[in-house]
Each structure stands twice: as C-alpha cells, then as structure tokens.
Design a protein around this ligand. Structure first.
Ligand code: NPW
Ligand code: ADP
Ligand code: K
Length: 459
C-alpha cells in the first residue's frame, strides 16, 4: 500500500454520496467538483503517460463524466486522446463534460487499443456485474495497454465489497476518500493506489493504519508500570515462548511465561509453573495476560482458558484459546480484551456471512465486546463502537509463528496502556514494521529482535 495513504479515511459509497451532497449544499457545484476530480486524475495520467496516445473509456454515469473531463484536460495539455463510450445519454455534470469534449469519440465495440487506457466506465455506482461483452472489451483493451489508470475504482469492482473483480489497473486514483474495495480483499487489482483529496469532508471512523506515537519511559516508571505480562502456555511450548519473547521486546516491563516447559526465550523472561496461574491472575500488578499460542485444546487447556476469561485481567486471546472461547463468554467480560483471529479462527467463532471484511470485523467486535484483530494481508482492527483500522502487513509474514509474535506484542502494548484499541493498533503497526526491517524470508524467531528499532521509529 502506498505509504502516503497512512491514516486516510475509508468510506462506503453511501457515505461518499452523503459527503458530496453536503459539499454541494455548501455551495460547490457538481460541475466544479467533477472538474476537480478530472484534473486530479489527468495529473496522475500525465505523470506516467510520457506523451503516449490515450484511450479514455467513459461509462453512462458520473464516472464517465469524470472520463470526459480527463479527456478534455489531457487534450488541452497536448495529449493525443480518443474517447470510447457505451453510447448513452448523460445527465447533469456528466452531460456538461460530454459537451465540452469535441475530440474523437467511438463506441466501445469499435475502440482500438492505445498505450494508455483511462478507465472511466463505472465507479461507485455499479449496481450489478458488468455484462459479459463489455467486460470482454474492457479486458482486451486493458491487456493491450501499457498503462491502465482507473478512475475512482477499477471498473467491475463493487465499491462496498471485498475486492474480487474488476479490471486490473496499474494505478487507481480514488476520488475524495478510499472505499472498502481499495483496502480489503484482492486489492492488488487497484495497482498503485493514489488518493485525490477533493476537499470533501468525510467521516473518519474507518481509516488506514498510521504510525503510532509511543512515549519513552519516564523517571517515575518501573518494571510494573511498564507492564507485567503473563503468557500462559500449553502443549506446544515453542509458540508461547515466541510470544513471550515478543512481549519482552515489544516494550513490556516484566514477562512471565507460565508453562510446564521451563525453557524461556531469554533470561529476562521468568518461568513459572502453570499451577500458579490462579494466584498470578489475582496479582494486582498484572498488566495483561496472553493465552492461546501453543495452548492446545485438551481439558487442561480448557481450564486455563476459562480461568483467564473469567478473570478481570486485561486479556489477549489468540490461537487455540479462540477455539475454546464463546461469544457469550467474551461478551460477559468487563476488562479490556483483544482477539487476534486469522480468517479460519474468525469464521469458526463468528460465522462466515455478512458483508465485507470491515463490516464482518466490526460486527464481531460489537457482538463480543472485544477489540478484534482480523489478521491477513488485509488486517482489520475493529472496536465495539464501530471504529476500525485497516493495515496491509508485508506478505513475508505468511510463515508459521508470526501470529504468536503479534499476540505477544499486543499483550505488551495492552499492559503498557490498558487501552485495547490503541494496543491493537500499536501491535499491528510494530509487527508489520518489524517484518519490513527483517527483510525477506525471515523466520518468526528472528522477527521480534527488530521490534526495538520499530519502537524507536515511533518515539
Ligand atoms: N466521490 C467524489 O468526490 C466524486 C465522485 N465522482 C464520480 O462519480 C462516480 C459515481 O457516479 P455514479 O453515481 O453516476 O455512478 P457510476 O459508477 O458512474 O455508474 C452509474 C451508471 O452506471 C449504470 N450501471 C450500473 N451498473 C451497471 C452495469 N453493470 N452495466 C451497465 N450499466 C450500469 C447506472 O445505471 P443503472 O442501469 O444502474 O440505472 C448508472 O447510469 C464516482 O465513482 C466518481 O467517479 C466525481 O464525478 C465527483 C467527485
Ligand atoms: N499474505 C500475507 N500478507 C500479510 N500478512 C500476512 C499474510 N499471511 C499472514 N500474514 C500475517 O502473519 C500472521 C500469521 O498469523 P497466524 O496465521 O496466526 O500464524 P501462526 O499461528 O503460525 O503464528 C498474522 O499477523 C497475519 O496477519
Ligand atoms: K472506473
């Protein structure tokens, strides 16, 4: 994902339309807004077109109106531009843009490929899949082009759904704000994503992740104020060890590993026998508990998991503990809770239905009362109040044990702030940044040693 987009708002098509209406009510005309959009897209085309001939596809709605506007601006700047349409009549601002365009215009069926393709067929108003013949022409023209620039969304993508369809663009210029299809699902079809900020005020409760601000310890701090973390282990002790090491490197003041296996990742992590778990959970100095990595699913695991869930300690629940948890049990908790499911764990706990990944994760957070970190290439962090954050961690994280590391970092951050949304965002950012610093083909054991550098970048 383009790093310049850090913190950018993500809105639904309906929210975008409401924001446009408010903008019109504030005195901006539809034509003026479309001109802003067209100029912003034309600027991006001009950055990469290198004087090559341009074919603009203009569909039946305002996305097509933007297309005519782009053609008009590029022609003014001296580009060789042709427009291909589906042969409709246009209304409102799109009709004004259509009338401004006096250059060559053809039917989509008759259009011949050109090196630069500007896709203004459909935007956020797509109501059904594109008919097969149009889809075929679009795919042919895109495949023959050297550069494909999509206006707002790649045509064929439904703005409010996980990206799964639509033309494969090299560049997508999102207008006004990002939409769900830019950030969840198969987002690679957007190519390089650029946001044209058209000075439209949009809601800010759903955003791309941005680098968090962390504070160095103060003179008054000591190991317990920095955060005491207990990692509860089980049948696969290596996973809990990885998590404990990540908690220590993720900024915790004190890490205890409660496991039958006495091995620790390094000497600063303290080993305790699991029979002391009940006493540990009652320790008022406790900052956060992590349960799940390598826990197993036997009776002992169930007992430990229930003890942790029933405690009033801030809790991170990962891996096997997610399989042992129920939504009702989670909803009864009053202490801060973070869940870190991958998609399989998420579907098992919350079901598979209901909207895009943002909506599903928000719904899971609302039902469980927990912060939900729905992991993957498009990681969604959602809070019960509807706030959500999307992150795109490096794909090199797709290796065993990296989830244990994330859970350990989340526990450390939760112990430090007691604010589970903040902790989840910090953990996801630090985890992704550590992965970038680790370079290609790292193993999970080597990931946490890059956390201090990642933390240093947030101070
Ligand atoms: N956000 C911003 O700041 C700004 C946004 N702006 C732009 O407005 C765009 C949204 O425009 P829009 O609402 O007119 O929708 P758009 O995507 O052009 O298509 C709707 C048309 O397509 C039709 N249609 C639908 N599906 C179809 C199908 N499968 N096959 C065939 N036809 C189909 C549908 O007719 P229907 O048949 O459904 O009645 C309708 O005629 C937005 O993406 C951005 O580019 C800028 O101009 C200003 C600043
Ligand atoms: N293709 C990918 N791109 C980006 N991040 C990924 C990808 N695949 C996995 N990850 C990340 O790697 C971690 C894997 O977690 P998980 O599946 O729980 O693994 P494990 O249980 O082996 O530790 C998660 O943080 C997830 O978001
Ligand atoms: K488009």
């Amino acid at each position: 994902m383009n790093p310049a987009l850090a913190g950018a708002s993500i809105v639904t098509a309906a929210q975008m339309r409401a924001a446009e209406v408010a903008c019109f009510a504030a005195g901006v005309s539809q034509v003026a807004l479309m001109e802003r959009a067209a100029r912003a897209v034309a600027q991006q085309v001009a950055r990469f077109a290198r004087s090559r001939p341009v074919l603009v596809l203009a569909g039946p709605g305002n996305n097509g109106g933007d297309g005519f506007g782009v053609a008009w601006v590029l022609a003014e700047w001296g580009y060789d531009v042709t427009v291909a349409t589906l042969g409709q009549d246009w209304n409102g601002a799109a009709a004004v843009m259509r009338d401004r365009w006096t250059g060559p215009t053809t039917d989509l069926d008759d259009a011949t490929p050109r090196p630069v393709l500007v896709d203004g067929l459909f935007g956020i108003g797509l109501t059904r899949p594109i008919a097969a013949p149009v889809r075929g022409r679009l795919a042919t023209l895109a495949a023959a082009a050297e550069l494909v620039v999509a206006i707002d969304v790649p045509s064929g993508s439904f703005a409010d759904q996980d990206a799964s369809d639509g033309v494969e663009a090299d560049i997508t210029v999102a207008l006004g704000a990002l939409k769900p299809c830019h950030v969840v699902g198969d987002t690679a079809r957007c190519g390089h994503l650029i946001l044209a900020d058209l000075a439209i005020a949009v809601p800010g409760d759903t955003r791309l992740i941005a680098r968090p601000v962390l504070h160095p310890p103060s003179r008054a701090d000591h190991k317990y104020t920095r955060g005491l973390v207990i990692v509860i282990g089980g049948t696969m002790p290596g996973a809990a060890r990885l998590a404990a090491g990540a908690a220590a490197r993720g900024g915790a003041g004190y890490v205890v590993l409660a496991s039958d296996d006495a091995r620790v990742p390094f000497d600063a992590v303290v080993s305790r026998k699991p029979d002391a778990i009940a006493a540990m959970l009652a320790d008022p100095k406790l900052g956060a508990v992590l349960i799940g990595p390598g826990l197993g699913r036997d009776d002992e695991a169930r007992t430990r998991s229930e003890e942790a869930a029933a405690s009033d300690c801030p809790l991170v629940i990962d891996g096997d503990a997610l399989a042992l948890a129920s939504i009702d049990q989670l909803a009864c908790r009053t202490a801060p809770t973070i869940l870190t499911p991958h998609s399989g764990e998420f579907d098992r706990l919350f079901g598979t239905g209901g909207g895009n990944k943002l909506e599903r994760t928000r719904d899971a957070a609302r039902r469980s009362g927990a912060i939900v970190v729905h992991k993957g290439a498009d990681t969604v962090i959602a809070a019960p109040d509807g706030q959500s954050i999307v992150a795109h961690p490096p794909a090199w994280l797709s290796t065993a044990g990296t989830g244990d590391v994330l859970a350990g970092i989340a526990a450390a951050r939760l112990a430090a702030s007691r604010d589970p949304m903040r902790a989840a965002i910090e953990a996801v950012w630090l985890h992704a940044r550590a992965a970038s610093l680790a370079g290609p083909a790292f193993v999970a054991d080597g990931l946490a040693m890059h956390l201090p550098q990642a933390i240093a970048e947030c101070l």
